[in-house]
Design a protein around this ligand. Structure first.
Ligand code: ZN
Length: 282
């Protein structure tokens, strides 16, 4: 385990928000930076230790932390629909049309490669990278995609990209700042970063749930950004935010009337507990 610091303020004072002590499990404490309010986990497993919290069943079994068979066609269709909604919110078609020549994209934390596959089908030279062996095997063998296994920070690319995406990935990273710096140098001039992450603070629906909020998955999720904190982080690392919107409520069960109604309200009133952001390399 290691102590973490606020990535916006450095070693600043923080206050404990709550500690979760599951029966038979390890206790984890969520803290809040006294200066900027950023919520993060501290102490936390080191990068070397974190692997054992991601079991091989992470992508195949529904637990409070994993997916309900990520590789099933139904899950894939659901994820693709979500990508399309995210892209629409970020004005993707317009950006895509503005590009000349070969359009290159990289999806970091690409999992089974569904987003890489969507872009490839639209004529992009799309590639992905992920640390999960089972996911990369699926993306390569079943979907025939250009996906590599490994850590992004150590990887060198021959080309610069027009688009780099981090879908529900940044909250898992030990050093989001280092990722953003490398993304900045791997993007071509005017290139864009698309990201999604859970959204804390502000008028988010997360406030109704307190410590039971659905995205407080410890210790996989290490940071919980508000929109303002995310904007600060992006600007501090050389990006100019160009679009941002929120979605998702967490009320009721998926597919239920309550969930659908609350999700519509979340979108309409910008109260979603997920955010999607587009930022341009400045
Ligand atoms: Zn701070």
């Amino acid at each position: 385990m290691e102590e973490a610091h606020c990535i916006l303020c450095g070693p600043a004072k923080r206050r404990a928000v709550f500690t979760r002590s599951p029966a038979g499990g390890e206790a984890f404490t969520l803290v809040r930076c006294a200066s900027c309010g950023l919520r993060y986990l501290s102490p936390r497993p080191t990068e070397k230790e974190i692997g054992r919290y991601y079991q091989s069943t992470y992508f195949t079994r529904r637990t409070d932390r994993g997916y309900d068979n990520y590789f099933a066609p139904g899950t894939r269709a659901q994820i693709e629909r979500l990508f399309l909604l995210n892209l629409e919110d970020l004005g993707f078609s317009e950006y895509e049309r503005s590009l000349r020549g070969p359009r290159r994209a990289l999806d970091i934390g690409c999992a089974a490669g569904y987003f890489v596959n969507m872009l490839a089908a639209r004529g992009w030279k799309a590639s992905g990278i992920d640390i999960s062996e089972s996911c990369v095997a699926f993306a390569r063998d079943r979907l025939k995609l250009d996906v590599t296994r490994g850590g992004y920070l150590e990887k060198k690319y021959r080309h610069r990209f027009d688009l780099i995406s981090l879908w529900a990935t940044i909250e898992h990273l030990h050093r989001p700042d280092l990722f953003l710096q490398k993304i900045h140098s791997d993007l071509g001039d005017g290139g864009r970063l698309y990201l999604s992450t859970c959204r804390a603070g502000g008028a988010s629906f997360m406030r109704f749930f307190g410590s039971r909020w659905r995205y407080y998955n410890f210790p996989e999720h290490l940071y919980f950004f508000s929109i303002g904190q995310m904007m600060r982080l992006l600007k501090a690392n050389g990006f100019r935010p160009v679009a941002c919107s929120t979605y998702g409520s967490g009320f009721g069960r998926p597919g239920s009337f309550l969930r659908k109604t609350a999700d519509l309200a979340a979108k309409r009133f910008n109260m979603g507990d997920m955010m999607v952001v587009a930022a341009e390399k400045a």
